[in-house]
Design a binder for this molecule. Structure first.
Ligand code: 6PG
Length: 467
């Protein structure tokens, strides 16, 4: 046996990660049933003399013990199929790492099943797309802590680095890694939608052309809003379509697709009762985009949006609003992690998670440094809005944020994430919500009882016997 690590699934992500490992001097090999993928690996991995195996038995035999096998196959049934195929060939103590965007309860189930058979299983979130896999992703491995020492050096070597520090850390037991990656994607959806709403405001609210929009995003990306998503978004507004000569973005259908991780984030947050207004709005936003025919019909009935009325200084105010809404998206994701950590016993280190998201992943951003510092100051912080430094920045931009969102609403420009962000904030800073009325209503029609502000216990009133 000659190789230290093996990869199953040699699509672009798998090949790139394998090449990345080889670059760092690890002896690695791959397995894929597709001859085409094997040929591509051989071609791209010429410098490292990388060969893959078509036969799974040969692949397994080639690995040193304990065998460490990384799966980069599509999430879902295929992961189970691959596990079922390889486990009869493995020995006790071997390690399997599932690096897809697997649903976290699947990961919980698989880790239990594999533990019973004497294997170690990791669910590892990997972010950064194809480039990340090739040159440094952010990695979120969860599973048995004891087995982590076997893969630690490898994962640290291939991960992205920020100030020389690796963007990987042991996340927690069971499905902790996949849960954290899923939450990362929820935040990803919200920031993408916020950028899209900003584009809409600039284009339809202010009447900017693509070149002007590009300049706004470019300017912002040189400041505190600097982030990977801002950076690629500004570049989208430079990319010409060969076919028409127009910018390609103008030739793309306005219907957003998804693979499910954002939706899962919202669904699970509902289960554990953590409000994710901004993230929820971004998931619903993609669903709204799919209703093209209905939207076109209703635009005919109600008319298009108008332009923003007072454009004076609007661009700078919009930057404040973006910052404010961006904070809400990250804060909600972190809040979900805080709650899930308790609920599922993930023992998450939120400072560490913010730290490894600073580089390599899709939501990497200047702001993650602030998040990192907030949790470093207080590891048990329930919510980012409690951090003094973040509070001050929210406070500074609040007036402009309200003005921007109010102007967009007045003009009829749809800003689901911006609106959710301000509503979320205003609700969270409301000491006494009107929810007493909900309790009264519930008790009125269903005798569901209510609690009183002046005494302990549950109460019921005969509401329909109005005096
Ligand atoms: C990443 C991404 C990635 C995800 C895509 C597509 O961190 O590299 O999150 O894992 O698959 O972003 O997601 P949707 O198809 O749901 O938009």
């Amino acid at each position: 046996s000659t190789y230290s690590f093996g990869m199953i699934g040699l699509g672009t992500m798998g090949r790139n990660l394998l090449l990345n490992m080889a670059d760092h001097g690890f002896s690695v090999t791959g397995h894929d049933k597709s001859e085409k993928m094997l040929a591509l690996l051989e071609e791209e991995g010429k410098a490292h003399n990388l060969k893959g195996f078509a036969k799974v038995e040969d692949f397994i035999d080639s690995l040193q013990s304990p065998r460490t096998i990384i799966l980069l196959v599509p999430a879902g049934k295929i992961v189970d199929d691959v596990i079922a195929e390889i486990t009869p060939l493995l020995s006790e103590g071997d390690i399997i790492i599932d690096s897809g965007n697997s649903y976290y309860t699947d990961t919980t189930r698989r880790s239990q099943e594999l533990k019973e058979k004497g294997f170690h299983f990791f669910g590892m979130g990997i972010s950064g797309g194809e480039e990340g896999a090739r040159f440094g992703p952010s990695l979120m491995p969860g599973g048995e802590k004891a087995a982590y020492s076997v893969v630690k050096d490898l994962l640290e070597a291939v991960s992205a680095k920020v100030n020389g520090e690796p963007c990987v850390a042991y996340i927690g037991p069971g499905a902790a890694g996949h849960f954290v990656k899923m939450t990362h994607n929820g935040i990803e959806y919200a920031i993408m939608q916020l950028l899209a709403e900003t584009y809409d405001i600039l284009k339809n609210g202010l009447g900017y052309n693509n070149a002007q929009i590009q300049q706004v995003f470019e300017k912002w990306n040189n400041g505190r809003l600097k982030s990977f998503l801002m950076e690629i978004t500004k570049d989208v507004f430079l990319f010409k379509d060969e076919k028409t000569g127009n910018l390609l973005v103008d030739e793309i259908k306005d219907q957003a697709k998804s693979k499910g991780t954002g939706k899962w984030t919202s669904q699970i947050a509902m289960d554990v009762e953590v409000p994710l207004n901004t993230i929820d709005a971004s998931v619903a936003g993609r669903n709204l985009s799919k209703l093209k025919d209905l939207r076109v019909e209703l635009e005919g009935s109600f008319g298009k949006a108008a332009q923003i009325e007072n454009k004076e200084g609007f661009e700078a105010q919009l930057e404040e609003a973006f910052y404010f809404a961006m904070v809400s998206a990250y804060a909600q994701g972190m809040h979900l992690l805080w709650k899930a950590s308790e609920e599922y016993g993930y023992e998450l280190n939120l400072a560490e998670i913010a730290k490894i998201w600073r580089g390599g992943c899709i939501i990497r951003a200047e702001f993650l440094q602030d998040i990192y510092e907030a949790y470093q100051k207080n590891a048990n912080l329930q919510h980012l809005y409690q951090d003094a430094a973040i509070q001050q920045k929210l406070q500074t931009g609040l007036k402009d944020t309200r003005k921007v969102i109010a102007s967009a609403v007045t003009a009829g420009i749809a800003v689901p994430c911006y609106a959710a962000a301000i509503t979320y904030f205003d609700t969270l800073k409301t000491g006494r919500m009107p929810s007493n009325l909900i309790q009264a209503q519930r008790d009125y029609f269903g005798a569901h009882t209510f609690e009183r502000i002046d005494s302990e216990g549950v109460f019921h009133a005969e509401w329909n016997k109005l005096s």
